[in-house]
Write a protein that binds this ligand. Structure first.
Ligand code: HEM
Ligand code: MTE
Ligand code: MO
Length: 354
């Protein structure tokens, strides 16, 4: 590498490492948060912070190179086994590379890599790097010190933050100026795929779910001690909603959906007002399920049609949930049961498990 003359004082190495640690922790936290939020401006803020933290790592590469070289000059007996450290460097570099590729618009999927795309590699690298980072930090000699929170250190940290945000802003500006596909992506980072053309919209499963052979032909609604069975024809009430599906896999599409508004459906079943609190469980034929606050029911649709035609099997026939403002994993497909429950919506796994 360059910088052969540069002889850093001991504390500089420590500062570099703490800066890298801070950026990695922010990247990991905002990466996960980016999947939990679905509406502006939260998506914009979280995704911008994520991009800045990830790109900010690049600013520290020249210094880290010196720290690494100095470590190699130490007597072998005082050195740590570098295996985990090298692996960490490789997966973090892979995360930055694949995140950048997705952002620019080089998204894959690549058949040579078994059909995985840039964002799948990216999230995989992010998760593996979290595990390796834990090993690396536990084995490190460095412990927190009072001086880490001194005025000088805070100023330096602030300068790193400003540099990181400026780098992210520069990349975003360049994508727009050059007309790269990435310049047109949503605030979540997703690229448009198949708006107003459901057959061009990807069919995606969350982790391990698959299109059921027999999704059943009816829906069970359970509320207020009643149990009602409805057919897809009963659900085609002509309620319409234009809504945008934004998959955490990095694509989005806006469609005209048609079916039954959930709150009206539930008040029919209850023959009256919905309770004030509580939640609604939306359960798929496959067992996949999500719990949403009942107060959202007014904005939710049980859709039987999209773009004026019945849903295809892949897109959730005979009925699927449409949940505007929520990421794709909330849009339960092949719905067989809708049940009003007392438990709060957050009593569930934050992300589906299948
Ligand atoms: C080591 C941890 C990680 C690093 C260093 C990292 C770094 C990055 C970088 C550099 C970008 C490109 C940003 C841009 O050019 O604007 C990016 C994008 C992205 N990352 Fe990560 N990331 C990490 C972990 C994660 C995790 C765990 C998730 C999700 C669970 C995630 C989700 C995303 C998404 C959705 C994008 C696209 C955002 C956009 O297009 O602006 N990342 N990441
Ligand atoms: N039953 C079930 N519903 C599901 C999923 C799933 O795996 N199983 N995946 C969700 C995810 S992650 C997304 S992005 C959307 C994708 O909808 P589409 O396949 O119609 O594009 O469905 C959601 N509904
Ligand atoms: Mo998704």
């Amino acid at each position: 590498m360059a910088l052969p003359e540069l002889r850093l004082p001991r504390r500089a190495g420590r500062r570099t490492n703490l800066g890298l640690l801070l950026l990695l922790l922010i990247a990991g936290a905002t990466g996960v948060a980016a999947y939990a939020v679905g509406t502006e401006p939260a998506t914009r803020v979280v995704v911008a912070a994520h991009g800045a933290a990830g790109l900010g790592l690049l600013l520290l590469v020249p210094w880290k190179a010196v720290v690494v070289r100095r470590g190699r000059q130490r007597p072998a007996s005082t050195r740590r086994d570098p295996g985990a450290a090298i692996a960490l460097g490789v997966v973090v570099a892979l995360a930055v590379l694949t995140g950048g590729l997705h952002a620019v618009g080089v998204t894959g999927p690549w058949s040579a890599l078994g059909g995985v795309d840039a964002l799948q590699l990216h999230v995989g690298a992010g998760v593996v790097s979290a595990a390796l980072l834990a090993v690396h930090v536990v084995g490190a000699r460095q412990r927190p010190r009072r001086a880490d929170l001194g005025r000088r250190e805070l100023l330096r940290t602030g300068a790193l933050g400003v540099g990181a945000v400026a780098l992210w802003g520069g990349v975003e500006g360049l994508l727009r100026l050059t007309g790269a596909p990435g310049g047109r992506r949503r605030s979540t980072g997703s690229h448009e795929r198949g708006t107003d053309d459901p057959s061009a919209m990807p069919v995606t499963q969350w982790i391990s779910d698959s299109v059921p052979a027999d999704p059943g032909g009816s829906l069970e609604v359970v509320a207020g001690g009643r149990r009602v069975r409805l057919t897809a024809a009963d659900l085609d009430r002509g309620d319409e909603m234009r809504a945008l599906l934004d998959c955490t896999g990095g694509w989005y599409a806006e469609q005209d959906w048609r079916g039954a508004e959930l709150d009206r459906l539930l008040s029919d079943v209850l023959s009256g007002e919905l309770p004030d609190g509580g939640s609604v469980d939306v359960v798929s034929a496959t067992g996949y399920r999500r719990r949403l606050p009942l107060s959202d029911a007014r904005h939710l649709l049980l859709a039987t049609h999209v773009g004026g035609r019945p849903l295809s099997a892949g897109h959730g026939a005979p009925v699927r949930l449409v949940a505007p403002g929520r990421r794709g994993f909330w849009w339960v497909k092949w719905v067989v049961r809708v049940e009003v429950v007392d438990a709060p919506w957050w009593v569930q796994s934050p992300f589906p498990l299948q």
